[in-house]
Design a binder for this molecule. Structure first.
Ligand code: PEP
Ligand code: MN
Length: 342
């Protein structure tokens, strides 16, 4: 249920509502909006709860939350949320660009990539140190050594470091070096891991499972939000279909759908979503045209020598020209939208 406070409700009245919600055995989450504050009451509801809360001072209405996900829902928080870490901002009108190799391979590789993507306008640096690989014989990542290289690149460039954490035991270690914890597609429904990154308090990039529905995706985000961590971004990275011309099928309609259902920022990954370098620039531009709050792409100094995912990685020049095209589309649409509202 959502307890909608009156626009002029006082702090005392809001606190009294929180107390009442907790007395009913529900979890209270206060969301301060532009016009009014709402208190989301999460938990199993009983018959008399609605009446009991409605009678509180400063309460305007008590309405049920129809969506199975509560904190992620637009019903609870109508305005879009955003995530800001260092110079990276995604959501509520800002588009964040994250770029870097699939895997951290060595100091020179990550440093040169960080410098190049920053010069092109990225505000986030990606790079896997713990790699979820389909085969146990493939390169598994440099682990803590890789994290240290990412941190060094961050110290020089101030880019926000995005890197994957694969298990609950590693959350503390990865959180020590990373700015944003990435949950990979394979772990989207690893609920203990979602709780652990939620409890870490670090911003999280949650990637969609390759065969997950939108409701499953949003309920996975709900696990993180339910730990009191509201710094969550959703990443559409493509789903598995019968189609073989791309590695995965990238549904850009996810941006529009998710924007309708949730306030959380939506990031598109056209690298994993297509699996072919030549497709990545156009899909990045298309994602920006669709209103994505950010793009995450794989960039490597020499994609032909990459230890993972080289076939879908862009060169430095490829990334720079993609950024220019993305920004041209974003600026053009902003101008049109501004004209329409002025
Ligand atoms: C990655 O970002 O390199 C990665 C492994 O992505 P995903 O979890 O989407 O497959
Ligand atoms: Mn990859």
């Amino acid at each position: 249920m959502i307890v909608v406070m009156e626009p002029k409700a006082t702090d005392e009245q809001i606190q009294a509502t929180v107390k009442r919600v907790e007395e009913l055995g529900l979890k209270a989450n206060v969301i301060v909006g532009a016009e009014r504050t709402v208190v989301a009451a999460i938990g199993e509801k009983r018959e008399h709860f609605k009446e009991s809360l409605e009678s509180g001072e400063g309460v305007s209405a008590v309405v049920p939350i129809a969506a199975p996900y509560k904190m992620a829902s637009r019903e609870v928080r109508p305005e879009p949320s955003h995530v800001k870490v260092r110079d990276f901002v995604a959501g509520a009108g800002s588009v964040g660009f994250v770029a870097g190799p699939c895997s951290v391979e060595n100091e020179e590789q990550i440093l040169s990539t960080a410098r190049a993507v920053k010069a092109a306008g990225a505000t986030g640096l990606r790079g896997g140190a713990f790699k979820p690989r389909t085969s146990p014989y493939s390169f598994q990542g440099l682990k803590e050594d890789g994290l240290k290289m990412l941190a060094a690149a961050r110290d020089e460039t101030n880019l926000a470091v995005f890197t994957e954490v694969m298990s609950t035991e590693d959350v503390e270690l990865v959180a020590k070096y990373a700015d944003v914890l990435q949950i990979g597609a394979r772990n989207m429904q690893n609920y203990r891991l979602l709780e652990a990154v939620g409890a870490s308090g670090k911003p999280v990039l949650l990637k969609r499972g390759a065969s997950s529905t939108m409701d499953e995706f949003l309920l996975a985000a709900e696990y993180i939000l339910n730990e009191g961590n509201d710094q969550v971004m959703l990443c559409e990275r493509g789903i598995r279909t019968f189609e073989g011309h791309t590695r995965f099928t990238l549904p850009l309609a996810s941006v529009t759908y998710l924007h309708r259902k949730t306030h959380l920022p939506v990031i598109i990954d056209p690298s994993h979503g297509t699996g072919h370098t030549y497709m990545v620039p156009d899909m990045a531009v298309a994602a920006c045209a669709a209103g994505a709050d950010g793009i995450i792409v794989e960039v490597h100094p020499d994609p032909s020598k990459a230890m993972s995912d080289g076939y879908q990685s862009m060169t430095f020049d490829g990334f720079a020209s993609t950024m220019k095209r993305c920004n041209a589309v974003i600026d053009a649409l902003r101008a049109v939208d501004q004209e329409a509202t002025s």
